[in-house]
Design a protein around this ligand. Structure first.
Ligand SMILES: [Fe+2]
Length: 154
């Protein structure tokens, strides 16, 4: 198999992608948890919006993990190991409906910013495949953050 990258050159990208995967896992579960636990007058529309978002996040985890494998590194094989890499925080209690929207908006913006950072690391290594993936991730995350922001009633 011909390779465009030498394994010893991809370490920074692999580390950045692994942190990105961990942070995606945090907001994936947070979004799904809010989908289950939310209550209030906007229940149905937010329940559906959160489902749309967590489905995309779940699919993106597969793409990011498989990019790590294509760069010849291993992906953490359990949640405990993966979550050690996370920089975004999990939510302890169940917040009220508008606090959920604010938390997700801020997390999605934060993860979009991290996608910019991973893109820059990959760019320095000439890895345009990871760059392209991160541009698509940031595009989704910023759009989702805008939709969440626009759902706030105050
Ligand atoms: Fe559901």
């Amino acid at each position: 198999m011909s390779k465009h990258y030498r394994k010893d050159e991809t370490g920074e990208t692999v580390e950045a992608l692994t942190v990105f995967l961990a942070d995606t896992a945090v907001i994936y579960y947070k979004t799904h948890g809010f989908h289950w636990n939310l209550e209030g007058e906007n229940f149905y529309s937010l329940h559906l919006m959160f489902e749309k978002f967590y489905t995309k996040l779940w699919k993106s985890m597969d793409e990011v993990a498989e990019r790590i494998r294509a760069l010849e590194a291993k992906v953490p094989s359990n949640y405990a190991e993966l979550l050690k890499k996370a920089t975004l925080k999990e939510t302890e209690a169940v917040p009220d409906i508008m606090t959920m929207v604010k938390i997700l908006r801020d997390d999605y913006f934060a993860l979009a910013h991290k996608a910019y950072e991973v893109r820059a690391v990959a760019s320095a290594q000439g890895d345009f495949i990871t760059e392209d993936m991160m541009i698509l991730r940031a595009t989704f995350l910023e759009k989702a953050a805008w939709m969440l922001h626009s759902s706030l009633t105050n």
